[in-house]
Ligand binder design. Structure first.
Ligand code: UDP
Length: 323
């Protein structure tokens, strides 16, 4: 049985949908940003917090858990700058409680959701895992702190772990049953698609004076199902028994500017967007594009879906939400 903490969130719920095809799954989620309706009905669901010692004790004593996947985090760069306490409390302190309970119950396999934000402002065009980690916002720092904790726990307590550093997760499940929905929504692709559906007046482009080809920020967008598949491969690698303490980037290896993403959304939907250009958003680096060569070589993982596929899948889901 696999415990998925944060399995009612966007990336967690998409992973549960893939994982449930081959494993028994139990989801723990406090529903602070997730939705029970996103959790596959074949999974066992427990509402609770990953920082709640009592709930964790009960789960680890009652269920034969072999590995834990941890998606439960606050993940908004701007919010982390305004409210860092929330980020260090939820992302670091509560994670410590989870890890302690795992070790108390001799559960040693752990998959951790990390982020490209750990790199800060990289000075290479393709970021691989050997690049320095100098995050520029509390969100990235909170994730990096847990990465360091895992490294120490592996040495001291024999924890086996895989850290997956996501670039920009986007898109929706092929069934169009689940997709990306945050409240309030701050992510670029859902914001554009909500606008094209008439749910927002316009799109604001944050910053036009970055050192990029058209002045807007460049990101590497990766389909959520590709991310989910990487978790399954990481789990198989951990359960195969070899000691592991590894970090992998997950991205497409191709960067798109904010303007280019809007262009692709217009092309996929056939609808013209209304755009306003505004100031930079705090904490945003100009360009984040992954080299995912290590994940390909060691886990056998490859991103299958390109930006057009990502946006087409997200568009199918957004349209289904208006019915
Ligand atoms: N962005 C934008 N307008 C929006 C939302 C986002 O211009 O309404 C930009 C944002 O500044 C960043 C990129 O789009 O450069 C991706 O932002 P998102 O919040 O989707 O992901 P992040 O890179 O912060 O994880």
């Amino acid at each position: 049985m696999i415990l998925v903490v944060g399995g009612a969130g966007y990336i967690g719920s998409h992973t549960v949908k893939e994982l449930i095809k081959s494993r028994e799954v139990i989801v723990l989620d406090n529903l602070s940003t997730g939705y029970h309706s996103l959790v596959d009905s074949k999974a066992t669901f427990i509402k609770g917090d990953l920082g709640d010692d009592l709930i964790l004790k009960r789960i680890f004593s009652e269920y034969p858990i072999k590995a834990v996947m941890h998606f439960a985090a606050n993940s908004l760069v701007g919010e982390s700058v305004e409210d860092p306490y929330k980020y260090y409390q939820n992302n670091v302190s509560a994670t410590m409680t989870l890890l302690k309970n795992m070790l108390d119950h001799n559960i040693k396999n752990f998959i951790f959701s990390s982020t490209a934000a750990t790199y800060g402002i990289p000075n290479v065009s393709l970021i691989d895992e050997s690049q320095p980690t100098l995050p520029i916002n509390p969100y990235g720092r909170s994730k990096l702190m847990v990465e360091h904790i895992l490294e120490d726990f592996a040495k001291a307590y024999g924890l086996n772990y895989i850290v997956l550093r996501y670039f920009n997760a986007a898109g929706a499940h092929e069934s169009a049953e689940i997709g990306e929905s945050h409240d309030p929504e701050t992510h670029l692709i859902p914001i554009i698609l909500q606008h094209l559906l008439g749910k927002r007046d316009k799109i604001s482009v944050f910053g036009t004076d970055y050192d990029t080809k058209d002045g807007t920020c460049i990101r590497d967008y990766i389909h959520v199902t590709d991310l989910a598949n990487a978790h399954i491969l990481a789990l198989n690698a951990l359960l195969a028994g070899n000691r592991r303490a590894e970090i992998y980037n997950l991205g497409n290896g191709q960067g798109y500017s904010v303007k280019e993403v809007i262009d692709v959304c217009e092309k996929v939907t056939g609808i013209k967007a209304s755009i306003e250009y505004s100031d930079r958003r705090a904490g945003d680096p100009a360009k984040l594009v992954a080299s995912a060569l290590k994940a390909s070589e060691e886990l056998g993982w490859k991103a299958e879906r390109k930006l057009e596929d990502i946006i087409a899948s997200a568009w199918r889901w957004h349209k289904s939400q208006t019915k």
